[in-house]
Design a protein around this ligand. Structure first.
Ligand code: CP
Ligand code: NVA
Length: 339
């Protein structure tokens, strides 16, 4: 059965109900939930959809589907690419900003999720603690996508490595040396786990007390033992960057940590991605950032706008990979028996 017909059949069952047993559904809450097979399916679908997009071919594969978008934090790229992505797949979206729905204040997170699930086929959530995303996932048969939590940003990491595959013209990033310099935050956690799954050579340099959380480093090291990945965690930016073919950074104070900005600004400057640090990497190393950037802080203009920057291509790939994720998950929706 083609992916298109499998997705169509599942969606029909999901929307109309069936007489079979309810079955578990898949969500994308964490990179840690993915197998290599899952990853291959998502990326294959994403590259197919990218090709169709480049050729201006319509792909109304999720016609009639509604994506609920819950944002408890700000967004430009995520909001735009999910809304554009579901529209390009023939579906529609509803933006439920917290101002209106009052998650956990006007109504409990679980009750909101149960309601949304009666109308929507997919849910995406950007929130603070992962427990909120997990509660939504527990209460819905519609698949739930983590569109950033305090702990992770899986859609970003998938788009980033898809971007590297595109510029390197390969689907195999085994041994690819990539350095991340800066805060051991949500983005770094998803990047480290996905690099481990894909067998990459991942190095991260953060100031003391701002290293990635142990849970993610341990998971990545265990996975690396199976895939042959190399995971280096250091406080020395030069050690991380030396010989890397891509150098990545992110904002020093993530959403929710704005109050720590002054304190962080004292310790992070040695981790700035500038031409001096970049000169330690391999010649013509790619420059990466998930955005938004604070120019002149974690990254200089010169590097951000330089000839090897693939930052805007990363932003473009958010669109392609999230269409792949939505297609993949729509084919794995739960089935509810409707009364
Ligand atoms: N990179 C990213 O997720 O951007 P937004 O916060 O603008 O969605
Ligand atoms: N680490 C950043 C990523 C923004 C896309 C944050 O959480 O604010």
């Amino acid at each position: 059965m083609t992916m298109q017909s499998r997705v169509a059949r599942t969606i029909t069952q999901h929307m109309l109900g069936n007489r079979g047993e309810p079955r578990p559904k898949r969500d994308l809450l964490s990179i840690k939930d993915l197998t290599l097979t899952d990853l291959g399916e998502i990326l294959a679908c994403s590259f197919e959809l990218k090709k169709a997009w480049q050729q201006r071919r319509a792909t109304p594969l999720l016609a009639g589907c509604t994506l609920a978008m819950i944002f408890e934090k700000s967004s430009l790229r995520t909001r735009s690419t999910f809304e554009i992505g579901i529209a390009q797949l023939g579906g529609n979206s509803i933006d439920l900003s917290n101002l209106n729905i009052g998650m956990g204040t006007r109504e409990s997170v679980a009750d909101i999720a149960r309601n949304i699930d009666r109308w929507c086929d997919l849910v995406m959530i950007r929130t603070y603690g992962r427990d909120r995303a997990e509660t939504v996932a527990k209460e819905t048969v519609a698949p739930v996508i983590n569109a950033l939590t305090d702990e992770e940003h899986p859609c970003q990491a998938l788009a980033d490595y898809m971007t590297l595959m595109a510029v390197e013209d390969t689907s195999d990033l085994t041994g690819f040396p990539i350095a991340y310099v800066g805060d051991g935050n949500n983005v770094s956690h998803s990047l480290i786990c996905l690099a481990a799954l894909m067998g990459m050579d991942f190095r991260i340099a953060s100031p003391e007390q701002y290293e990635p959380q142990r849970e993610y480093v341990e998971w990545a090291r265990n996975m690396a033992a199976k895939t042959g990945a190399t995971i280096t965690v250091t406080n020395d930016p030069a050690e991380a960057v030396r010989g890397a073919r891509a150098v990545y950074t992110d904002i020093w104070a993530s959403m929710g940590h704005e109050g720590e900005y002054e304190e962080r600004a004292k310790v992070f400057p040695p981790y700035q991605l500038n031409s001096r640090l970049l000169s330690l990497a391999e010649k013509d190393a790619y420059v990466m950032h998930d955005l938004p950037a604070r120019r002149g802080e974690e990254i200089t203009d010169e590097v951000m706008d330089g000839p090897t920057s693939i930052i805007l291509l990363q932003a473009e790939h958010r669109l392609h990979v999230q269409k792949g994720i939505m297609m993949w998950l729509a084919g794995k929706a739960g089935i509810r028996k409707y009364q």
